[in-house]
Design a protein around this ligand. Sequence first.
Ligand code: GLV
Ligand code: MN
Ligand code: MN
Length: 443
Amino acid sequence: MRKSGTRLALLSGLLVILGATVTAQEKLHVNQQRVWSTLEKLSEFGRPAGTGFRNGVTRVGFSPEDQAAREYVMGLMREAGLTVRVDPAGNIFARREGRDPQLPVLLFGSHIDSVPRGGNFDGDVGSMGAIEVMRALNDHGVKTRHPLEAVIWTNEEGHHFGRGLLGSSAAAGLLEKEVLDRRDADGLTLADWLRRYGQDPARMGEARIPLDRVAAYVELHIEQGGVLDDRKIQVGVVEGIVGIHWWTCTASGFANHAGTTPMDRRQDAYAAAARAALAVREEVRAEPGRQVGTVGYVRLEPGARNIIPGRVEFPVELRDLDAAKVLRLWARIEKRFAQIAAEEKVTITCVPLQADKPALTDPRIRDTIREAARAAGFTTLDLPSGAGHDAQQVAHFAPIGMIFVPSRGGISHSPQEYTPPEDVARGAEVLYRTILLLDARWN
Ligand code: GLV
Ligand code: MN
Ligand code: MN
C-alpha cells in the first residue's frame, strides 16, 4: 500500500511538472526546454544592461547586436548539421538535404531583429522554432523528400534604414534600389552594413528567389494581438497579412522667439503636426473596419523650450487587408493635411517610404496547419494578422502559411511581450508536423 501511495505521489508530482510543459494527451516531437534555452540565449544580444531574460531587447537590424546574434544563430544551424548560406541581402539560409534533389524547397523561418525596446518573442519564436524543427528531425532520424531550409530574414522591423521586410523584399525582387544608399545617423549606408555582413551589395539582384524554387513557406510567429490569449486558444491559423504603407511627412514653419511672437503670428510646425496626427486618427476611425493608422514619432527642430518649433518630421503608417481602402484613407488624410497647413501657415509634405501589399495565406497550407495542430491535440482558430510579416513578401514567389501562438495580454513591440514555454513548444510542434505533412503531399 505504502509503496503504491508513494508511486502515486511521484506520478502526480510528475504530472504537475509535465503540466507546466504539456498536457497529458499532447506528445511533442520538439524539445521544449531546448527551444526555450535558445530563446534565452538569443535575448542576451541587445539585452538592456543589468537585466535578465524577458526584460526585452534592442536588436535593430544592422547593428552590432544584430551581427552578434546572427553569428550565434549560424552557429546553432551548423551544430544541427545544416549547410549555411548568406545571400547578398544578408538573409541566412540553413539547408537540410532531402531524398529527391529535384524537388523545390520547403522553407520556414522568421527574423531576429527587433524594434527599439522590443520583446524577446517577436521573430525570435519563429526563428528558434525553425532551428528546433531541424534538430527534432535529426533526433527522430527523419529524412524528408524535399530539401528543407530554415531562413532568418534581414531587418524585418525596418527600424534601421526605414525599410521593413528588407531581406524578404530583396528575395521577392521588391527592394527599391535607392534603399542601398540611405544613410543612418552614423553616416553609414545600407550598402556599408551589408559589406560588414560579408556581402557585396552590387549583387543584391542575386538575392531574388525564382518562382519555382520554393514549394511552400511557413512562418511561426507570436500573434502580437490578444485574440488567442483572450479566447484561450492554443494555435492560430493565419488567414492573411495586412498591407503596410509608410510615409515620412515634414511640417515646415518658422522657428521664432517663444516670448515675443504673438499667438496669431506664429508658424508653429509642431502645432500643425499635432493636428495632423489627430486628423490621421479621425480619418481612420471614420469608416467601419479593422484598418489602423499611427503617427509613431515626432522629430522637432530646433527643440528648445523657448523657440517655436520650425520643422517637425513625423511618419504616417496605415494598415489594412484591403490595399484600396488604405489608398482611399490616404487621399482623405492628404486633404486634411493641406487644410491644416493653410490654417497654421506652414507647409506639410509627405514622401512615400514603402508600400507592402496585403497577402492571403494559401488555403491548402491553412488546412494543413489546422490538421497538424489538431492531430497534436491543440485547439485552433483562423484569424487575420494585423502585424506585418516577411511571409507577405514571400507570397510574391511561393504559397505561404502562418502559425500563430498566443501573446500574453496581446502585448507586443514592448519589453513586456511574453509567450510561455509551452506555447512556444506547441508552435514549434505544429511547424514540425506541418512541414512533414507538406513533405508527404506536395511536389
Ligand atoms: C512588424 O512587426 C510590424 O508589423 O510592424
Ligand atoms: Mn515586429
Ligand atoms: Mn515579427
